[in-house]
Design a protein around this ligand. Sequence first.
Ligand SMILES: [Zn+2]
Length: 327
Amino acid sequence: MWQVLGQPKIITLLEHGIQRGQLSHAYLFVGPPHVGKLTLAINFAQAVNCESQDVPCQQCPSCRRIAAAKHADVQIMDLVSPEAKGIGIDQIRDMQMASHLPPYEGKRKVFILDKVDLLSHEAANCLLKTLEEPPPNVHLVLLTARESRLLPTVLSRCQRVELHPLPTSVVGDILTKHHNISHDKASLLSRLSAGCLGWALLAKDDNRILDERQQSIVTFIDLSSANLQQRLAYAADLAAQFSKGRDRAAEVLSSWLQWWRDLLLIKGGNRQSITNIDCQTALSSQAEGLTIRQISEFIRHLQAASKQLEQNVNARLAFEVLMLRMP
Ligand SMILES: [Zn+2]
């Protein structure tokens, strides 16, 4: 059983490839964080090594060992985990050496490279060698939420598979029916998840995620009446977070964008479509003092800043410009 939900076309594509013996040596799974890329990659590794007819069965020793990350022929390389040696060429060289050995306990070797966009230029060029001359019975599965950061030469050698977020109503149904969550909380989590079920499942178990969101919202509200000095201090703080790890600052920007989209929806009288359904009073109050044009322009600035940060611009400068343009 494939455990990734809401991606029937992709599962059909991979199943046909397995049945006909026409699998690609390299796949690139593209999609936003927590949409299910890693789950799909693990299911793929199980499917090509499964010992049953109905692959991946999740029951045979091979499927179980892969799920427990104990299978000798399936390796997940998380390029940002603290245990990783670095985002570097050493990991790719180790992978290349291992790829030339025959499978040890399974039928095929599968190397899953999570957040492959973090590879250095040098490491990505090294990876190209394996993509150009793949050993037999080896599959590389590259995962990314930021496809634009990959080398065109890497992109052109992989079969691209794009995972789309689920409708938020489907995420809400899964949370209420399978995880015993109240309707109100499921409704909030599903909207905040933007259809990425993995995020909703993480947030239901880890209260810190919603606490951090709450802190961000308090800051957004405070910033609307803050003076320039306070806004620039916040820009410096965000830039400092960004320098320690992109993910947290990217999450703040994403929450910020959701907040301003909600302001636009409220201004346009479309209250039922907002994301932050638990903050309607604060949103209405802030929206009162803004025009639709002011909100739309700031949303464009937020989108531009997100794009610039992906392209390695000076983060502090990008955040300061945002603060200067905030109405
Ligand atoms: Zn199996």
